[in-house]
Design a protein. Structure first.
Length: 148
């Protein structure tokens, strides 16, 4: 990877997102917690959720990842409140398709993932980018199982 490629990949917008991750504190009244780790790069994300009427009513995340993983967590943190498990799963599949197959940007309110489009050529970063959604979905699954 050339220096120019790294500069493009870690653009100012990505770094700004990585520096300002919403909901980056523990959630005091979490119904469920899930921790996901990428074995390839060692990134970890712990997500905590509270759910009301099948929608995220509270969210907290602890992100230990590269700038791309942090930027992904920032996009998720800005869009997750009020979302259902199905909306999160759809966003994950759309993000995966954007990264792996050059698919379209995920639907609103997850269109902020567009900033990560340049990472499609860096397959070793895909798992880190998907990690925050994986953790949030796992936490939602646990919360919904308790609630149901």
């Amino acid at each position: 990877m050339s220096d120019g490629d790294l500069i493009d990949l870690y653009s100012k917008r990505i770094l700004a997102l990585a520096a300002d991750i919403p909901h980056d504190a523990a959630l005091a009244d979490a119904m469920a917690t899930a921790r996901k780790r990428s074995p390839l790069c060692g990134s970890t994300v712990t997500a905590q959720v509270s759910v009301e009427d099948g929608k995220v009513s509270g969210f907290g995340q602890d992100v230990k990842a590269c700038a791309l993983g942090q930027a992904s967590a920032a996009v998720l943190g800005g869009a997750i409140m009020g979302r259902t498990r199905d909306e999160l799963a759809t966003a994950r599949e759309q993000l995966k398709a954007m990264l792996k197959a050059g698919g379209p940007v995920p639907d609103a309110p997850f269109e902020g993932y567009e900033v990560l489009r340049p990472a499609k050529d860096y397959k070793n970063r895909h798992a880190s980018i998907l990690l925050s959604l994986d953790a949030a979905i796992a936490a939602m699954d646990e919360a919904l199982a308790q609630d149901g």
